[in-house]
Design a binder for this molecule. Structure first.
Ligand SMILES: N[C@@H](CCC(=O)N[C@@H](CS)C(=O)NCC(=O)O)C(=O)O
Ligand SMILES: [Fe+2]
Length: 362
């Protein structure tokens, strides 16, 4: 099995990429919306095909990347049927098997942190992805989303601690830099759930936590019932994204197009120049027909654009346009690319610009 663990520094969320080494079909567990570019880059560079995105639960602290990934790749989305969403292609139930290539994951219902939490177990029982059911030396809180401490205690005992002692447990979060644990360690050392802890002691601990609500909860829960999509975004089958142009992805996950192609497609795209005004009238000039949208105004200005507008972002050398392209993707625009090499490359290729003076050497 091909396996990668990836981390989001903002929400301390782990995402997990699993793939069949024979067919290259991949499953991504708990992707984060802002990081779908990173995930797609890893998937491309490992020569994988994203078949399925799974969420362990309807997260309250970050937006899922599931919807954007489906729109980019046509992958299927899997979530607990009990979550009652229409955006999941795989309505998962306890005992289901999720197959990818020659590999499979068993679905176990582990309610408690939320009513619809799932734990995913690889068929060889080597790894279990526990979401927030079991955290390293901890567990998810039980004070919202129909959380239930007694249910969590039973889920952990019956569905997680019943796995072999050596099964590695991979949580959805760790706030202290740890990456994984094992059944043996948690049964011995989990301060809330170790074998020595009774159900009543556990319930008392959970009732006394008094945690602040997650910062993004009001935004995250409704969005995650739509696969992490914003209110005005639609789920599609991934047929159009990244196929509107010969888009390649840089090491940082930035979607890019090349000047030679752009020169043939100027009338078919919305060209967004994020430089300052003095640069547009400076020696490099600007590409005729481009809209001037300084970087600091991008978020506000883009709110008037359609999510499927074909957007090519341009700056001097490709740095600012790369971050702008990534921001536009995270805002839900599905056809976005940065002009690789910016106006410097454009001008070095002798392509026409307006408003500038002589060609500048890069
Ligand atoms: N500070 C974080 C808290 C996130 C939070 O409460 N996470 C939930 C999982 S969705 C949890 O159970 N955390 C366990 C803990 O903090 O011990 C935020 O605001 O997002
Ligand atoms: Fe959670």
């Amino acid at each position: 099995m091909i396996f990668r663990q990836m981390f989001d520094r903002e929400s301390s969320t782990y995402s997990y990429l699993l793939a069949c080494p024979r067919t290259r079909d991949a499953v991504l567990i708990d992707p984060v919306r802002e990081l779908v570019g990173r995930d797609l880059t890893v998937i491309r560079e490992l020569g994988l095909k994203l078949a399925i995105v799974l969420d362990t639960h309807v997260h309250a602290d970050h937006l899922s990347g599931a919807g954007l990934l489906r729109n980019r790749t046509g992958c299927k989305i899997g979530l607990a049927a009990s979550a009652g969403t229409t955006t999941a292609d795989l309505q998962l139930q306890h005992g289901d098997a999720v197959r990818f290539g020659w590999q499979a994951i068993e679905v176990r219902a582990t309610p408690g942190h939320t009513a619809t939490c799932l734990t995913f177990v690889t068929a060889d029982l080597q790894r279990a992805f526990t979401g927030d059911t079991v955290l390293i030396r901890g567990c998810g809180r039980t004070d919202f989303q129909s959380g239930d401490a007694r249910a969590l205690y039973r889920s952990v005992r019956d569905q997680v601690f019943s796995l072999p002692d050596d099964t590695t447990l991979f949580p959805a979060h760790d706030y202290q830099g740890r990456t994984c644990t094992t059944v043996r360690e948690e049964r011995a050392w989990n301060p809330r759930l170790a074998d020595a802890r009774s159900e009543d002691a556990f319930v008392a601990i959970m009732a006394g936590l008094n945690l602040a609500y997650p910062k993004r909860m009001d935004e995250a829960v409704p969005a995650n019932l739509r696969a992490g999509l914003l209110e005005d975004e639609q789920l599609d089958d991934g047929a159009s994204a990244d196929r509107w142009a010969p888009v390649t992805r840089s090491a940082s996950g930035t979607p890019e197009v090349h000047a030679g192609w752009l020169a043939t497609a100027l009338d078919a795209v919305r060209l967004v120049d994020v430089r300052d005004e003095d640069e547009r009238v400076g020696p490099l000039g600007h590409i005729a027909g481009s809209e001037h949208v300084p970087l600091t105004t991008l978020r506000a200005r883009s709110s008037a654009w359609e999510r499927d507008d074909k957007l090519v972002v341009v700056c001097r050398s490709g740095g600012r346009s790369a971050s702008a392209a990534r921001e536009l993707e995270s805002l839900g625009f599905s056809c976005v690319a940065s002009l690789a090499g910016g106006m410097l490359r454009w001008s070095a290729l002798g392509l026409p610009s307006a408003g500038g003076s002589a060609a500048v050497q890069g």
